[in-house]
Design a protein around this ligand. Structure first.
Ligand SMILES: NC(=O)c1ccc[n+]([C@@H]2O[C@H](COP(=O)([O-])OP(=O)(O)OC[C@H]3O[C@@H](n4cnc5c(N)ncnc54)[C@H](OP(=O)(O)O)[C@@H]3O)[C@@H](O)[C@H]2O)c1
Length: 270
């Protein structure tokens, strides 16, 4: 891993996988910039990490990354405060289970703005100074959902397919400049994700990884300079199945499972 000289900036650091990245990176001596909308949650995490780890700095920036100009605003604020970001973790993301045509259009736009637009803009803004310094790294959080089209989670799966493809291509471009890009693909993980996205057939807590497991595996892969990782042995098997079976077969089986869980019913997962 890049030695902790600068800051690790983590989007979606107020809960779940992002908060766990903050905890494990702080334990490795990284100073942090924490970004999410909930100021109170960010301040709580900041306070805990500052008192648990001597010598690190933790900055909390409450921000809605779907607001117009928010990624550029974040970049300017870190630059104005001389916070050299050596590690960008594009983690903030939301899902929405349910029939696509019945989802609220504002929610649809916000998902694209957060999962794709903000991630792309932040990568664009922070990669340039990293490439000039010939030092730095980006970790993008995609999902096993990005390996196949998923009916009743159609847009979410498509946003994660975008993140997967985009990040794997960037890995090759950035390594020419001494910068490491890695994409993490978790399966179902115990976080607030399903409270926001809606509960479905893949949200059984007994079959989920914890955020701590996801982040531990991710950082181990990052230390080994991997370009991509699927966390959890059963998720790795799932991805093998998803890539081997015909897509038409998978989409039909997923659609049946989602309909059994009533995900096609208006109002469910909204
Ligand atoms: N949990 C899973 O099963 C799973 C599986 C695969 C991939 N993932 C991916 O993992 C990533 C993290 O999700 P999670 O599971 O940890 O869920 P989570 O606990 O709901 O965390 C989502 C984070 O994103 C932040 N966020 C949401 N909207 C935002 C906005 N408009 N601007 C800034 N921050 C925003 C949230 O904070 P605020 O609400 O305070 O803004 C929160 O910190 C996501 O990209 C998700 O797609 C999750």
């Amino acid at each position: 891993m890049v030695p902790p000289q600068g800051y690790a900036l983590i989007t979606g650091a107020s809960s779940g996988i992002g908060e766990e990245f903050a905890r494990q990176l702080a334990a490795r001596g990284w100073s942090l910039v924490l970004v999410a909308r909930s100021q109170d949650r960010l301040e709580k995490v900041r306070g805990e990490l500052m008192s648990a780890h001597m010598g690190i700095d933790v900055v909390a920036i409450p921000l809605d990354l779907t607001a117009p100009g928010a990624p550029a605003d974040l970049f300017q604020r870190t630059r104005a405060a001389n916070l050299d970001v050596d590690l960008l973790i594009n983690n903030a993301g939301v899902g929405a289970l349910g029939e696509f045509a019945l989802l609220d259009l504002n929610r649809v736009r916000r998902m694209i703005d957060l999962n794709i637009v903000a991630l792309v803009e932040l990568a664009h803004l922070y990669l340039q100074p990293m490439m000039q310094r010939q030092r730095g790294a980006v970790i993008d959080i995609a999902s096993v959902a990005g390996f196949s089209p998923l009916p009743y989670s159609a847009l979410y799966a498509a946003t994660k397919a975008f993140v997967l493809s985009f990040s794997q291509a960037l890995f090759e471009e950035a390594r020419q400049h001494g910068v490491h890009v890695m994409v993490v693909n978790p399966g179902s993980t115990e976080t607030n994700f399903f409270q926001v996205a809606g509960k479905g057939p893949f949200s059984d807590p007994s079959r989920m990884q914890t955020s701590a497991e996801v982040v531990r595996e991710s950082l181990r892969a990052f230390d080994r300079k991997k370009s991509s990782i699927v966390t959890g042995a059963s998720n790795r098997w799932l991805v093998v199945v998803l890539t081997l079976l015909p897509r038409r077969w998978i989409t039909s089986a997923v659609a049946r499972a989602m309909r059994r869980a009533n995900m096609g019913v208006p109002g469910k997962g909204q």
